[in-house]
Design a protein around this ligand. Structure first.
Ligand SMILES: [Zn+2]
Length: 288
């Protein structure tokens, strides 16, 4: 949903750096022999992501029953996943330096998937449970919040429309696609929806909608909007009683302009846009 600079670190170099701390010589040697497969997997990943065909990459299904299945005949899925856990995410390891660097990328620590909550972990865009060769490939590692990471779990795309917006490769920041609607509930509420520009291709529209639905962003943004509306009530009530509807509309437009200058598709921009043009709301619909 939000663009981040693509990591420049090379997948094979990162992998070899990670496994350099492994004490078990036999395991280390088998992992070293897998390094070229790790590099190939990252190259295939970059070739596919540009054309939205990541879903065509072969998967290694990892379950309790077959966690010891070998990846390309050299190491097991669980051994490969342990490289991430023990040699990359673990504090004090050489890999953790890159982990922290990726974690620090988003501006103001905002999660690039939901652009609301704080970044606190790393998500495998293609799950390490199914794509173990990509477990420490930098282009597959997305800094995100715990809620988005939990929601995504081990999901994987089965078709192009299932591919979430990729912060390193997709840019939908500059054209308006997130909108909001004032709901005449008691108290008033705001709902959010996707409305993409007509000139976008059908696949991109489907992916934005999938991203929005998969991460339950309407629910997240509506809850935040409810809190914002509570905070606005005092200010808007005073303006309405002392100046009138036009003053309410004017302040909401200013708030919209301020939010929009920062981010075209933030939930705040969408909410203030909807509030400022809703006559019922501006004439007192906000009063609890
Ligand atoms: Zn998030």
């Amino acid at each position: 949903m939000w663009v981040l600079p693509k990591p420049t670190d090379d997948a094979k170099t990162v992998f070899l750096d990670c496994i350099s701390i492994i004490q078990d010589k036999a395991l280390k040697k088998r992992l070293e022999h897998s390094a070229h497969d790790v590099a190939d997997a990252a190259v295939r990943y970059e070739a596919k992501v540009a054309s939205n065909k990541l879903y065509t990459l072969p998967r290694n299904k990892s379950t309790k029953a077959n966690k010891d299945i070998r990846v390309l005949g050299l190491v097991t899925i669980s051994e490969m996943k342990a490289v991430y856990t023990n040699c990359f995410a673990l504090r004090g390891t050489k890999g953790r330096v890159l982990y922290d660097k990726i974690l620090a990328q988003p501006k103001n620590s905002k999660c690039p998937y939901c652009f609301h909550r704080q970044v606190s972990t790393i998500d495998h865009y293609l799950s390490k449970a199914y794509y173990p060769l990509l477990c420490v490939a930098p282009v597959n590692l997305i800094p995100c919040c715990k809620d988005c990471n939990f929601t995504l779990g081990s999901k994987y795309p089965k078709q192009a429309e299932d591919e979430l917006l990729h912060p390193y490769f997709d840019n939908v920041e500059n054209e308006l696609w997130l909108k909001a609607k004032v709901e005449r509930t008691t108290p008033v509420s705001v709902s959010f929806y996707v409305s993409c520009p007509n000139h976008w291709d059908g696949l991109l529209k489907d992916r934005v909608k999938h991203h929005f639905d998969c991460l339950a962003l309407n629910s997240l943004y509506s809850a935040e909007a409810a809190n914002e509306l509570t905070n606005l009530n005092y200010l808007l009530s005073n303006l309405l009683s002392t100046v009138g509807r036009s003053a309410v509309m004017d302040i909401l437009k200013e708030m919209r302009n301020s939010r929009r200058s920062a981010h075209v598709n933030s939930w705040q921009t969408a909410m203030y846009t909807a509030l400022a043009k809703d006559v019922w709301f501006c004439e007192g619909g906000f009063v609890v």
